[in-house]
Design a protein around this ligand. Structure first.
Ligand SMILES: Nc1ncnc2c1ncn2[C@@H]1O[C@H](COP(=O)(O)OP(=O)(O)OP(=O)(O)O)[C@@H](O)[C@H]1O
Ligand SMILES: [Mg+2]
Length: 422
């Protein structure tokens, strides 16, 4: 089977890495890929949001399955375009991708199908939003309705911050049309976690759990990032939580899909807040999370290509999906200035010195003119390993990180090491 993976970050590197070990996979292309993905797939210079370019490539190269990594092409309708050409796609269509592409759509969906979530209102009129903002109390959560590359959610601690956020999103249109509408939500206090699931029209199968760490510094301090590391399994995700999520979130979500005629196929990522008042859904994403995927797919034993084909053909209920008993850990190495900015072009050394079993997934890397691997984004590498437990995995990861170097390299030293519930 010939597969085209769309995207060029750590998530897509893991997907390509896993697929490259599978017996039914003959050829993997990745658009656009990165310096690490090049080791396991043929990178083609097409941007992930170049819908026509991807479609033309897939048709010309007789691609059997397209796997869409990031949300932007899904929300733009890449799946619909490819399916119209008779090409199989793992990733929800445009209509289903509204669950991530519109906060308003997902809140309506949750409300209608009794899926627990924060109380909210939506606004297209900035003055009305400003007039009613006090009703939510402070802090208050303000979300641009559309995609904003993970930056469209603002937690305002008081009224002046809230008004500033509304001006920025709805007035100055910092996120473009994504800010034509906002969702304003009550602030939920609790412990945040998430779960990934494989989905087709009849079945939702959750994967093993992973704990992610979004803050830049140890002990959950400093500003939020795209994610500084993960480990799996997550001790938060115990049997009780698993049951609650199955009954109150996943089953109701599937029922909603059926009633709304949403033919969802792909990955569903459910962001959760565990509050004193029960579990609440913070958000849906319609793709793998990065860097959760690194830890979770390292543990996946079953062929990913088989699971993806089963989902596309609506056979997920017959799939037995197996994971290794081992734990996993992934630590992100970020570039100078992250998360406020990032630094490109710093030469990375030591990548050839990794112990067996330690895999370095590339997030933001490129080759410079001398053919050396250099930094090319905020999050640069995800050093990942299995171990008898996630703590053992973390030890291997940290031992190997010592051999990697680039100017301004920064990473957290507490991922999977000391369990921290926050
Ligand atoms: N109602 C809420 N109460 C408290 N915190 C919240 C609430 N909603 C969102 N957050 C915080 O803001 C973060 C981002 O919110 P959300 O997941 O909705 O945005 P997003 O931009 O879609 O994120 P992602 O990039 O992870 O998809 C959450 O991970 C959570 O930490
Ligand atoms: Mg999201």
């Amino acid at each position: 089977m010939n597969i085209l993976v769309v995207g060029g970050g750590g998530r897509e590197h893991v997907i390509c890495w896993k697929l490259s070990q599978e017996k039914n996979v003959d050829k993997i292309y990745c658009a656009p890929g990165n310096a690490g993905i090049k080791e396991v797939a043929e990178c083609v210079d097409i941007k992930d949001v170049d819908i026509k370019g991807i479609k033309d490539f897939a048709v010309k190269n007789k691609i059997d399955l397209v796997v869409v990594g990031p949300e932007a092409p899904l929300v733009l309708g890449l799946t619909d375009e490819l399916e119209a050409e008779g090409i199989k796609v793992f990733g929800p269509d445009k209509s289903c991708s509204r669950l991530e592409g519109s906060k308003s759509f997902s809140k309506h969906f949750m409300e209608k199908y009794d899926i627990p979530t924060a109380k909210y209102s939506e606004y297209t009129d900035i003055e009305k939003a400003k007039n009613e903002i006090d009703e939510f109390g402070y802090p208050v959560v303000i979300k641009a309705d559309g995609l904003a590359a993970g930056k469209g959610v603002i937690i305002a601690k008081d009224k002046s911050e809230a008004l500033e956020a509304l001006d920025m999103i709805m007035g100055d249109k910092k996120f473009g049309d994504a800010g034509n509408m906002v969702v304003i939500e009550e602030f939920l206090e609790g412990i945040e976690t998430s779960i990934l699931a494989f989905v087709d029209n009849d079945t939702i199968i959750p994967m093993v759990s992973a704990k992610d760490h979004k803050k830049i510094f140890e002990n959950e301090t400093g500003p939020n990032t795209g994610g500084m590391g993960t480990f799996s399994p997550s001790p938060i995700y115990d049997e009780r939580l698993e049951k609650v999520v199955r009954e109150e979130v996943l089953d109701r979500t599937l029922e909603g899909f059926k009633k709304e005629g949403l033919k969802y196929k792909g990955i569903l990522f459910v962001g959760l807040m565990i509050t004193e008042d029960g579990e609440k859904v913070l958000e849906y994403n319609c793709r793998f999370g990065d860097p959760e995927t690194q830890s979770v797919l390292m543990r996946l034993e079953t062929d990913l290509s088989e699971i993806m084909l089963a989902a596309v053909d609506n056979r997920l209920k017959d799939m037995e999906i197996k994971y290794k008993e081992d734990g996993a850990c992934c630590v992100i190495l970020a570039s100078k200035g992250y998360p406020e900015s990032s630094h490109k072009g710093d030469v990375i050394t030591g990548l050839d010195k990794m112990d067996d079993g330690v895999v370095v997934f590339h997030s933001g890397t490129a080759f410079d003119d001398n053919g050396e691997v250099v930094t090319n984004g905020g999050r640069v590498l995800g050093v990942t390993s299995l171990g008898a437990t996630s703590e053992e995995a973390a030890k291997k990861v940290y031992k190997n990180i010592e051999k990697i170097h680039f100017d301004g390299m920064q990473y957290r030293k507490d991922i999977g090491v000391k369990y921290n519930a926050q």
